[in-house]
Design a binder for this molecule. Sequence first.
Ligand SMILES: Nc1ncnc2c1ncn2[C@@H]1O[C@H](COP(=O)(O)OP(=O)(O)O)[C@@H](O)[C@H]1O
Ligand SMILES: [Mg+2]
Length: 168
Amino acid sequence: MEEAEEFTFSSAEPGETERIAAIFARQLQGGEIVTLRGVLGAGKTLFAAAMIRELGVAEPVLSPTYVLQRSYGTSAGLTIHHMDFYRLSGTDDLEALGVDELSTDDSIVLAEWPERCPGAFGEITAQVTLDVMSEQGRSITFRLGVLPFERDGFARAASTLKPDLRKP
Ligand SMILES: Nc1ncnc2c1ncn2[C@@H]1O[C@H](COP(=O)(O)OP(=O)(O)O)[C@@H](O)[C@H]1O
Ligand SMILES: [Mg+2]
């Protein structure tokens, strides 16, 4: 990812992760691809669900682990594709999902376990990594790519968050 810029925050409990996810979600306007990394139980789905709710989806957000992908319509008319590649068995599945066609100017792609299918996406807007620091403690790193993210808006909004000083 060229010109990557990093922000790392610490979260002491699930509600804090949800607040960080909401601040991040508010910067999205459509056309973004966001990947979510971290071990099982790190909080990828919790983070994605908080983003989806913040974008104005009233229906319950369920984990896409077993179905690979779920889509939601937002109040602003965008479509969010929430996917989870954990159980992906090969490139056939990937083709069946049509990942290539899912990213459009009026969609947002959120993908858990992107490392299971390297190269599935084009330009990634932001890579979010959740690291487990303790039972409830998480370190959340945003690695921002180039387009079309509101980088300045996020930096401003994120200035109210708690930076994780444990990370360089
Ligand atoms: N600070 C935190 N941030 C996110 N999740 C947390 C935190 N502390 C505890 N948890 C718990 O960790 C679990 C994360 O689950 P989930 O989001 O399904 O993980 P993943 O999708 O990464 O496998 C949830 O049960 C959540 O309540
Ligand atoms: Mg998950």
